[in-house]
Design a protein around this ligand. Structure first.
Ligand SMILES: C[S@@+](CC[C@H](N)C(=O)[O-])C[C@H]1O[C@@H](n2cnc3c(N)ncnc32)[C@H](O)[C@@H]1O
Length: 262
């Protein structure tokens, strides 16, 4: 692991939502979405999971959403209710701004059009934006290192728990990562799914000028941890992309679908 673990106080002081969105999710044009950007690869996999693979239900909980909503654009077609969550107030505020249609909000139009294109009708992107706004019922504080990540709020287990690039950022070592996965296990209904997108082999990621640590993970370790937490039928796929040099040293990302036994 390169450098120090980025603790909660550093996150509070140095994680700037606008810098994060501009670094990872700002597309100058729709065309730039088609050149193998990391997040479009993830959007493709989520589209497949929530449509072709039929992962659906009443409720989905997104853990460590950050200031982002892109990863929920396919989910809102398959889940009636979505709970968004993050450790940081500034990230939750950014999502709330988008929910309220604040004029200062991030422009998600290129990403919306990309996902609508995947679904077969690029022109319905404004309708989808409204559909996602309506599906998001709560924006909650969460901390994956707590046995109840929403403490003191109690959230009923969901049909699906989703988390993209969060748990490796939140955990200092493998033992904390193992207990965080057990915490997520408790949020999934029996027979429900956990979907994870994991930065592989990463030691850091940048948000503007600030460096944040990442727990170094391999596909074997992630699968072993999920089995240890109680999930069965863990399927995973290395998706095949790298971040631009200097932004994040992940060698690839892992897309994981794990099932909680009945
Ligand atoms: C790399 S960002 C990923 C954001 C978003 N899921 C995405 O894919 O764009 C990592 C997120 O983890 C959140 N985070 C860090 N520590 C956390 C913790 N202990 N519990 C929950 N979230 C945490 C950060 O606030 C940040 O939003």
């Amino acid at each position: 692991m390169e450098g120090e673990f980025t603790g909660k106080e550093v996150y509070k002081q140095k994680f700037c939502p606008q810098n994060y969105l501009n670094t990872y999710l700002s597309f100058e044009s729709e065309d730039s979405l088609n050149y193998g950007n990391a997040f479009t690869t993830v959007l493709d996999k989520l589209h497949k999971a929530f449509t072709k693979d039929g992962i659906r239900g009443d409720t989905l909980i997104d853990i460590g959403s950050g200031p982002s909503i892109h990863h929920l654009l396919s989910a809102c077609e398959s889940f009636k209710e979505i709970i968004v969550s993050d450790f940081l107030e500034q990230n939750r505020e950014e999502v709330k701004k988008w929910l309220k249609k604040d004029s200062e909000t991030f422009d998600w139009a290129p990403v919306l059009k990309y996902v609508c294109q995947l679904e077969g009708d690029r022109e319905r992107w404004m309708e989808k934006e409204e559909k996602l706004r309506k599906a998001i019922k709560q924006v909650l504080k969460c901390d994956v290192t707590l046995a109840n990540p929403f403490d003191p709020v109690v959230v009923h287990p969901a049909d699906c728990v989703l988390s993209t690039y969060c748990i490796e950022a939140a955990c200092k070592d493998l033992s904390i990562y193992r207990s965080a996965m057990k915490n997520l296990f408790s949020l999934v209904k029996p027979g429900g799914r956990l979907i994870l997108v994991v930065a592989l082999g990463a030691t850091f990621y940048m948000v503007g000028p600030n460096k944040f640590s990442s727990l170094y993970l391999t596909p074997e370790v992630v699968r072993d941890v999920l089995k240890g937490a109680g999930f069965d039928s863990v399927s995973s796929e290395v998706v095949g992309f790298t971040f631009p040099p200097g932004i994040c040293d992940a060698y690839d990302s892992l897309f994981v679908v794990a099932r909680k036994p009945n």
